[in-house]
Design a protein around this ligand. Structure first.
Ligand code: PEP
Ligand code: MG
Length: 592
């Protein structure tokens, strides 16, 4: 029987394919009966191959940590457990006598051994059950091919199922291997979701227990439009979602035909519609999707993707130069490293209880000026090749902007002394991501050349809702009056000070937020590349004067539901069906 789960839609689209489990704590193993003596032989061979592979892995870990005595001892214990003749014989007997596949036989042996451990009185010995479990899991993982190496070498693409994925893992995956992503944790603005959108891979997050239900190899449907995941679909469900998939991609193809049209409202107001990128190569796609420049280059992904490059100035320089040259003379907003929060590196401690309130973004950069200098040097050198702008994340006070400006001046002088070619110091802007930046906007604007609203963090910090937690994802709402009002304040102050203002959080591609953002007078919307055609279509059916009245009215409404309804009443007859479908995600379910 199929299992249907609903979570938070994180990247639109529909995909159908076999499940691949990654980082799943308890590996669920499906019983597969063996019918012939040949099949039994094959399973016995798979079992002994997996034993060899697992032993090799444990030995190589042990070699790598040869200077850590405790670690090495632990690995030796694991190797001993793996070589335990009674466990091996037990598993082989089950394959032969019960005629079941190797992974099922191992899982049964493991289960019984763990049960025996549980009843041991001595607490120390009982606690060693973790070692048995680790070894067993490793062995089963090798039999099932559930590890990351296996994913990389897969021939056929899969649906990736995981309890959680950190952005560096997602960044390392090839889009050719991935049909879709489903995770237990995460929210629509968590960085794994952001990456899925930038890769154009349908994803659903915050499913809470998808990793528990899914079995490797089983057919899974990801409906990233409405946030549904169906495990082991029945014939009707399979038909329904195959149809939905066809309908979605043909509507998208039609919308993409308008990529060359200018981004302007129905009554002719031009809007800058830019791209958010995480990888420098994405710059090559911007014009194909009809975007204008880059509104946010999340440079920390250069480091997350290849931690070994760390702060290598040349690696950063080459990445920035590529993006700037590709898009020249269009503007490219390069954001300085925004590590921390849910973007960790080994070099950053993860002991903080509240990493989103901790050492993150500009705070890390200013605390480590020698490393930050490398990024700023790379930026100034690359600025020679295009229309660069520098943007600072997580700003809470004007002193931070002043400090960076003075660093830029002295780094420029240093490059000149060294005779290293560089561009002019680019305009320096700030992200509005904290209520402190909104309330202190008049203090910040004199020091900032432009601003861009980071609505993901502004929502998180305003509503005190962790953007990555599935338990509070229903409360994460950028159309909450408290967020909408802050955007209106910042937009007004920018207009008064004649400063350029954009938005680069997910809200910029939300069909119900767009009319308000235009109405508040934002100059730019910056969205994931794959969503540019949809957003352009949306902009083209909105009247600026209507948008202004909607924006004004939203400031008088009491809740996000009221705000949503007010915009919906306006767009209902205007938006293409496929977009309305997305908006009505609660109602649009199978059979409705
Ligand atoms: C934001 O916070 O809205 C933003 C664009 O930055 P990030 O999502 O990378 O935190
Ligand atoms: Mg942010």
């Amino acid at each position: 029987m199929s299992i249907r789960l609903s979570g938070t839609p994180a990247s639109p689209g529909v995909s159908i394919g076999p499940a691949f489990l990654l980082n799943v704590e308890e590996i669920r193993v499906k019983k597969r009966a063996l019918r012939t003596p040949e099949e039994v032989e094959i399973e016995l061979e798979r079992f002994s191959d997996a034993l060899v592979k697992t032993r090799g892995e444990l030995e190589s870990i042990s070699d790598k940590i040869s200077d850590v005595i405790e670690g090495q001892q632990l690995m030796e214990v694991h190797i001993l457990l793996l070589n335990d003749p009674s466990m091996i014989a037990d598993a082989q007997n089950r394959i032969r006598n019960e005629q079941v596949c190797a992974e099922y036989a191992v899982s049964r042996v493991l289960y019984e051994v763990l049960e025996r451990f549980n009843s041991i009185a001595d607490p120390y010995l009982r606690s060693r059950a973790v070692d048995v479990r680790d070894v067993g899991r490793r062995l089963i993982a090798n039999l099932l091919g559930t590890e990351r190496e296996a994913l990389v070498s897969l021939r056929n693409p899969v649906i990736l199922i995981s309890s959680d994925l950190d952005p560096s893992q997602t960044a390392g995956l090839s889009r050719k291997q991935l049909l879709g992503i489903a995770t237990d944790l995460g929210g629509s603005t968590s960085h794994t979701a952001i990456l899925a959108r930038s890769m154009g891979i349908p994803a659903v997050v915050a499913l809470k227990d998808v990793a528990e239900y899914a079995v490797p190899g089983q057919t899974v449907i990801i409906d990233g439009i409405h946030g549904n995941v169906i495990i082991d679909p029945d014939e009707d469900e399979f038909q329904y979602y195959s149809e939905l998939k066809k309908r979605y991609y043909s509507a998208e193809a039609e919308i993409a035909l308008n990529a060359d049209n200018p981004a302007e409202t129905a009554d002719g107001t031009p809007i800058e519609l830019s791209a958010n990128i995480e990888f420098s190569q994405e710059a090559d796609q911007v014009s194909r999707f009809g975007g204008y420049g880059i509104g946010l280059f999340r440079t920390e992904f250069i480091r997350l993707l290849s931690p070994e490059v760390q702060d290598d100035e040349d690696v950063h320089y080459r990445a920035y130069r590529h993006v700037l040259e590709t898009l020249n003379p269009q503007p490219v907003i390069i954001r300085t490293l925004d590590l921390g929060g849910d973007k960790f590196l080994d070099s950053i401690p993860t002991v903080e209880k509240n990493p989103f309130l901790g050492w993150r973004g500009i705070r890390i950069c200013l605390d480590r000026p020698e490393k930050f200098t490398n990024q700023l040097r790379a930026l100034l050198r690359a600025a020679k090749y295009g229309n660069a702008r520098i943007m600072l994340p997580m700003i809470t006070g004007y002193d931070q902007v002043i400090e960076v400006r003075s660093m830029l001046r002295s780094i420029a002088a240093e490059l000149d002394r060294e005779g290293v070619p560089r561009g002019d110091i680019p305009p320096l802007g700030i992200m509005i991501e904290t209520p402190a930046a909104v309330l202190g906007i008049d203090l910040l604007l004199p020091h900032s050349d432009f601003v861009s609203i980071g609505s993901n963090d502004l929502t998180q910090y305003t509503l005190a809702v962790d953007r990555g937690s599935p338990y509070v994802s229903k409360l994460f709402d950028s159309l909450h009056p408290a967020v909408v009002r802050q955007i209106s304040i910042v937009a007004r102050k920018c207009r008064e000070a004649e400063k350029w203002i954009g938005i680069c959080g997910l809200m910029a591609s939300d069909p119900l937020a767009i009319p308000l953002l235009l109405g508040f007078g934002l100059n730019e919307l910056s969205v994931p590349i794959t969503l540019i055609p949809d957003v352009k279509e949306i902009i083209s059916v909105i009247n600026m004067t209507d948008a202004q009245s909607l924006a004004e009215k939203s400031l008088t409404l009491k809740s996000s539901d009221e705000i949503r309804k007010s915009v919906l009443d306006y767009v209902e007859s205007k938006y293409p069906d496929i977009i309305l479908d997305e908006i009505h995600r609660d109602k649009i379910d199978r059979g409705n």
